[in-house]
Design a protein around this ligand. Structure first.
Ligand code: ADP
Ligand code: MG
Length: 704
């Protein structure tokens, strides 16, 4: 089918005009604008107001209501400086309605004092109305003297832009005005959406949308405008989401044009591995393994995100996938976010795969000198088939004989960029290695679609049989003694427990100190227990030794900082205490809780908090008590914190969206995905300009 959707002639690709092309923008102002991400004139126009003020109307003082912003026109009756305590300039006004209004100024210049101090001066003031003692007040209103030649009231709503130190609102307004004037005259910001698409979605043109947003007429609903639901704003949000979809789609296409080793199933190894396991894979594990298997068999690089709740058994799946590489005579690498986890993975894989004659190595930072050189040589020669490590695996000095599969555990700790670096790393004669990315922090669907649109997704939506939900309670700190008794009872019954001291201070040193103090106090209260301590300041070897002892059952209680957050697996541990739980995010609490409930025993998690709880903290702890499904928790987390924080904008490389909001604009995101497919087919010449407009050239994922 050939569809003609581009009624307008394709936009010319004009190179972006630098912001310095606007009048009055010198190097200093340009530098301040850069801080806001404004480099070109286009950027000025896409820098949208945060809110607006209605200065089109003059409100009689008699009609003012506390809490509202309003503009009045009135005459100075008298003014004085009150010097009880702080010096305050008080100015009494009266307007034609006959009512009084009091202005309060805490900072004022002698000149201001002078003209505000002349009875009879006519003023126009804009500010928030407050209820004072006797009359209504405004604190620090914006005031202008109303001379005979004063300008009339504004005929449009007044925009307020995100600003930065040394950059005034009126400067931004002036620049926007200049840029809007150029919109008509030059080819600035041409319309890139096909008319049919705009018509179907009932969206205005980009020019019309920008005019409404920067200079809204007085009759527009402020509420609609500020809520982001006005069609003008939706139009821009849609275009931005579309640009992101296109960019991810392109990235994906680039990858799929590359070759990868086709890892056909040879049966032997992975089959034997599964037969030897002491348990059968769950149906969900089998399904995702089949999905991975069919990707690996193709001569195109796999890019698959494996999502599975904590404890759902992702490691076994990773091991089976690694064996597919080994069977074909190639290598696999498993990358973990911390040394602690790398060590644990290494031990698991060595136990599972060693028996099958597979050489599994751990490249740790501790390995130095000759031992390290030897390991690197064996890796380069292909004598090591599976290697585990942190991101150090992908340093310059590490090379592989035949790397066919890269597995990244707990992806949310790594950025999109690191992911891409990995992709490059293993590129050999046969092409690019396959990539499997595993995450225990389920990513809500909408976010997955935008942050990981370049990946296919597999989901383990089932826990191994026999797991019982972790009973979760929130307990105020005052009942600590009771909790200590619970630890005593659990350990007496042969179980093990964690006591986690999360970040209270930003500093790691203080965090470790808090854990050290807690461990000492617990040791005093529980003298019969064997208590261990791990925190980020311990040397890797010491950390591992403690973890190994705990895992072997030779410690009863492990006091830890959040270093144990991810992935640590000790099935006999059935009690988890989290101090200062009110300070942690939902996803993190869920991760921590996931350290227990890994065996068949009933487990519990105690969230210790310091009252009073804020409303958000209360909602969070309640959500955790009620809810055990990681996906549902992630959804609520998104609602509570917003997408930037859930994904950790910087970590994931998901650029902060300028206009769109993934929560509010979910419907638009769906439309944008659909439109992206359509545009790639029907108007491919618009793809580049759209990406360039919203994402820029240098910032493109694929090129960083
Ligand atoms: P996660 O998905 O959080 O990384 P792990 O891979 O660490 O989970 O698995 C958690 C625990 O469950 C491990 O001890 C693992 O051996 C065990 N396990 C994994 N799959 C199964 C299964 N199908 N049946 C029983 N236990 C399983
Ligand atoms: Mg894991």
């Amino acid at each position: 089918m050939t569809s003609r959707v581009c009624e307008a002639s394709p936009p010319s690709i004009v190179d972006a005009l630098p912001v310095t092309a606007l009048q009055g923008v010198g190097p200093r102002l340009a530098e301040r604008l850069h801080r806001l991400g404004i480099h070109s004139i286009e950027d000025v126009l896409l820098h949208l107001p945060l809110r607006y003020q209605d200065r089109t109307r003059i409100t009689p003082i008699a009609q003012l209501r506390p809490g509202e912003e309003a503009q009045v026109e009135a005459e100075v009756l008298s003014s004085e400086i009150s010097s009880r305590g702080r010096r305050v300039l008080l100015c009494h006004l009266r307007d034609a309605s006959g009512n009084n209004l009091l202005l309060r100024f805490f900072h004022f210049s002698p000149a201001q004092q002078q003209w505000l101090g002349q009875p009879g001066t006519r003023l126009r003031c804009f500010g928030e109305v407050r209820q004072g003692y006797g009359s209504l007040e405004m604190i620090h209103p914006e005031c202008h003297r109303q001379d005979a030649d004063a300008p009339p009231a504004a005929d449009r709503l007044t925009p307020f832009y995100p600003a930065t130190a040394g950059l005034q609102q009126f400067t931004l307004r002036g620049l926007v005005e200049q840029a809007l004037a150029q919109l008509d005259q030059t080819g600035l910001l041409p319309e890139l959406l096909p008319d049919t698409l705009r018509a179907r979605l009932r969206l205005p043109t980009i020019g019309a949308a920008l005019r409404v947003l920067h200079q809204p007429s007085a009759d527009i609903s402020l509420a609609e405008l500020e809520s982001g639901r006005h069609p003008a704003r939706q139009r821009l949000a849609f275009e931005e989401l579309l640009a992101h979809q296109l960019s991810l789609r392109q990235l994906r296409q680039q990858v799929q044009r590359q070759r990868a080793p086709a890892l056909a199933e040879h049966g032997g190894l992975s089959q034997r591995f599964l037969e030897r396991l002491p348990f059968a894979l769950t149906a969900a594990q089998q399904r995702v393994l089949a999905e991975i298997g069919s990707d690996l068999a193709r001569p195109r690089p796999m890019l698959r995100l494996l999502q599975g709740d904590v404890g759902s058994g992702k490691t076994v799946v990773a091991a089976a996938a690694a064996l597919r590489a080994v069977e074909t005579g190639a290598q696999a690498a498993l990358m973990a976010p911390t040394e602690l986890l790398a060590e644990q993975h290494h031990r698991n894989l060595r136990d599972w795969l060693g028996e099958l004659g597979v050489e599994v190595a751990w490249l740790t930072g501790r390995l130095t000198g000759k031992a390290r050189r030897s390991l690197l040589e064996r890796l380069a020669a292909g004598d090591i088939q599976v290697v585990v490590g942190t991101h150090a695996l992908f340093q310059e000095t590490v090379s592989f004989a035949a790397l066919a599969l890269v597995i990244v555990d707990e992806q949310h700790r790594f950025g999109v960029h690191q992911r891409l670096a990995l992709r490059e790393k293993g590129r050999g004669d046969w092409g690019c290695p396959h990539q499997l990315i595993m995450t225990a922090t389920p990513i809500p669907r909408t976010l997955a679609m935008s942050a990981y649109a370049d990946l296919d997704t597999s989901i383990i939506d089932e826990l191994p049989p026999g797991r019982q939900p972790v009973k979760t309670v929130a307990v105020p700190d005052a009942r600590r003694d009771e909790i200590i008794e619970r630890i005593r009872a659990a350990c007496r019954a042969g179980r093990q427990a964690y006591w986690v001291c999360p970040l209270i201070e930003e500093s790691e040193a203080l965090q470790c100190q808090a854990a050290t103090v807690a461990a000492a106090q617990l040791a005093e209260r529980l003298p019969e227990l064997r208590i261990g301590l791990v925190h980020g300041r311990l040397a890797a070897a010491a950390k591992e030794a403690v973890m190994a002892t705990f895992k072997a059952g030779d410690l009863d209680l492990l006091v830890a900082t959040t270093v144990i957050e991810v992935g640590v697996d000790v099935a006999n541990a059935s009690l988890m205490i989290i101090e200062n739980a009110e300070r942690l995010g939902l996803a993190q609490l869920h991760q921590l809780r996931g350290r227990v409930g890994r065996g068949a025993a009933a487990s519990s998690c105690v969230l210790l908090y310091r009252p009073p709880l804020s409303a958000v903290a209360h909602t969070r702890l309640a959500a955790l008590r009620e809810c055990h499904d990681g996906f549902e928790i992630a959804r609520r987390d998104l609602e509570l914190r917003g997408p930037g924080e859930v994904l950790g904008t910087r970590q994931t490389g998901v650029r902060t969206l300028r206009v769109a909001d993934l929560l509010r604009d979910q419907d638009l995101l769906n439309a944008a995905r659909y439109a992206a497919d359509h545009l790639l087919r029907a108007a491919p010449e618009r793809v580049e300009p759209l990406i360039r407009r919203w994402i820029g050239v240098s910032a493109r994922y694929g090129e960083v």
